[in-house]
Design a protein around this ligand. Structure first.
Ligand code: SAJ
Length: 466
């Protein structure tokens, strides 16, 4: 799916911007007076807005979700990043960041518009650019000469140009002459956005030199990392390549894990030793990949390949390996329960972690969902606990770790939250049933310690010997 645009497209060749308009924009960026509108206040837009407001720019943060806007304005937003509440409170309190649901007014008053809306995939894993299209339609109707539009959302190759075309169509203005468009893909791990957006190298790809120059100057004001300029298309694909590399690397680690289980070796040790080679960096096996980016971005890449009648075999294989990991975890749980021998009644399983990774509240795409739903479908009594996420995926929620574990036959560690790394295994063992098993999909426990406390330990990637 692509952004629907009229036939008229932005110019293929470079056009000269009007020197006064462009020079004026550069001056405002340099002097810190450029008014910035950030569209979309999710895990990327919010820290982006805070950073620019802290750098002294007048920033309007725009989001369609009224409850979100209200909670930011009133200082009651709960956020994964410890520093966010205080820093957000400071810029909102000082009036340098104001938040609104009104995109048209914010766009009209801005010199720079940064688009940070979500770009998910559909059930068929094709790009769903509805949010982006909607934002661009509204924005295009209020675009003025001299505007700089920066697309920070992760997008399929060619989207930045399509954004420019849509804006041209809606505004009657010409990209590269009247306004400028650039792509600056976000590169931040959710949970650490304020730090990573300010320190990671930034890629800036404009549709023309003037757009690249303006966006590079802008992001250079808030980034201590290198600002690397390129074309829009290269920046789009480089961003997708980053997360696809991660997905492929994790899939390889997952295959090693399954192999180690089969031949009685410990994958943690195998990877540790392989990674002692200076040019090897194998990632960690786990129960599958979740979150807003790593499971999604390879699909944007695959979509681009499909459009060009290409089949990216490695990426496809990695996707299916990662997709199968929750099923593999289900198999480990089955082995663990079987190991406990004949028991009367329904097995009770305590699933620890619904968040997709440690320290975040988001359970988007979390492999815990499939594991929990399949356990429930098989008739198990499932209790879930997560110190960060409220998601339960339909299972019974426990308020504390002890409550989740009490009376259980099996603990399944799905997320490597700190609280689980420092669990007091001996006390947990005492409140469980006579036979007690642990399935540790993140290998955060020492198998010998767990066994010493009387648990049957099943680690993902840890072979149990011949
Ligand atoms: N995971 C593993 N093994 C690993 C690392 C991660 O199984 O070795 C799993 C995690 O448990 C999680 C999923 O993969 O379920 C994604 O985790 P992640 O650590 O890749 O975190 P994200 O998705 O929060 O952030 C990624 C990061 N991308 C890269 O490191 C290349 C981040 O830097 C990006 O900015 C972010 O995607 C994004 O927004 O694109």
């Amino acid at each position: 799916m692509s952004i629907p645009v009229a036939v008229r497209r932005s110019a293929g060749g470079e056009r000269s911007p009007e020197p006064d308009l462009h020079a004026d924009l550069l001056r405002k960026i340099r002097e810190g007076t450029a008014r910035i509108a950030v569209i979309g206040l999710g895990h990327v837009g919010l820290p982006t807005a805070v950073l620019f407001a802290e750098a002294g720019y007048p920033v309007a943060g725009v989001d369609a979700r009224e409850d979100l806007v209200r909670s930011i304005a009133s200082g009651s937003l709960r956020h994964d990043e410890p520093a966010m509440t205080a820093r957000l409170g400071t810029v909102v309190g000082a009036g340098s960041l104001r938040v609104t649901t009104g995109l048209p007014a914010a766009a009209k008053q801005a010199d720079v518009i940064i688009i940070c809306v979500q770009t998910p995939v559909t059930k068929n894993r094709t790009p769903d650019l509805r949010f982006l299209t909607r934002a661009c339609r509204l924005l295009g109707a209020h675009l003025s000469r001299g505007h700089l539009v920066v697309l920070e959302s992760t997008v399929p190759p060619g989207t930045t140009r399509e954004v420019a075309s849509l804006l041209e169509q809606r505004s009657g203005l010409t990209s590269g002459t009247d306004f400028w468009v650039a792509h600056c893909p976000e590169r931040m791990a959710p949970g650490n956005g304020l730090h990573e957006l300010a320190t990671n190298p930034r890629l800036i790809g404009g549709l023309d030199h003037a757009g690249t120059q303006a966006a590079a100057s802008l992001f250079g004001r808030v980034s201590k990392g290198e600002v690397i300029t390129t074309t829009a298309g290269t920046a789009e694909l480089a961003k997708l390549a980053e997360n696809t590399y991660r997905a492929v690397n994790i899939a390889f680690a997952n295959e090693l894990a399954v192999l180690c289980e089969g031949i009685g070796l410990n994958v943690a040790e195998v990877i540790r030793l392989a990674n002692s080679h200076p040019r090897v960096r194998i990632h960690q096996p786990g129960p599958g990949v979740g979150g807003p980016c790593v499971p999604k971005d390879p699909n944007l890449l695959l979509h681009a390949a499909r459009k060009n009648r290409l089949r990216l075999q490695v990426v496809l294989a990695a996707r299916s390996t990662n997709d199968r990991m929750p099923v593999h975890v289900g198999g480990l749980i089955g082995k663990a329960l079987a190991h406990l021998g004949d028991r009367n009644g329904t097995p009770r399983v305590a699933v620890l972690g619904t968040a997709y990774k440690a320290g975040v509240s988001s359970a988007l795409g979390s492999p815990s969902e499939q594991v929990i739903r399949e356990l429930m479908a098989s008739g198990a009594d499932v209790v879930v606990h997560d110190p960060c996420s409220r998601e339960t995926f339909g299972a019974r929620a426990a308020g504390t770790l002890a409550e989740a574990v009490t009376g259980s036959d099996c603990i399944v560690i799905m997320t490597d939250h700190d609280e689980y790394k420092s669990m007091d295994l001996a006390s947990l063992r005492r409140v469980m049933t006579a036979g007690a098993a642990i399935v540790d999909t993140r290998r955060i426990l020492n198998p010998a310690d767990a066994a010493g406390c009387g648990f049957s330990y099943f680690g993902l990637g840890i072979g149990r010997g011949p």
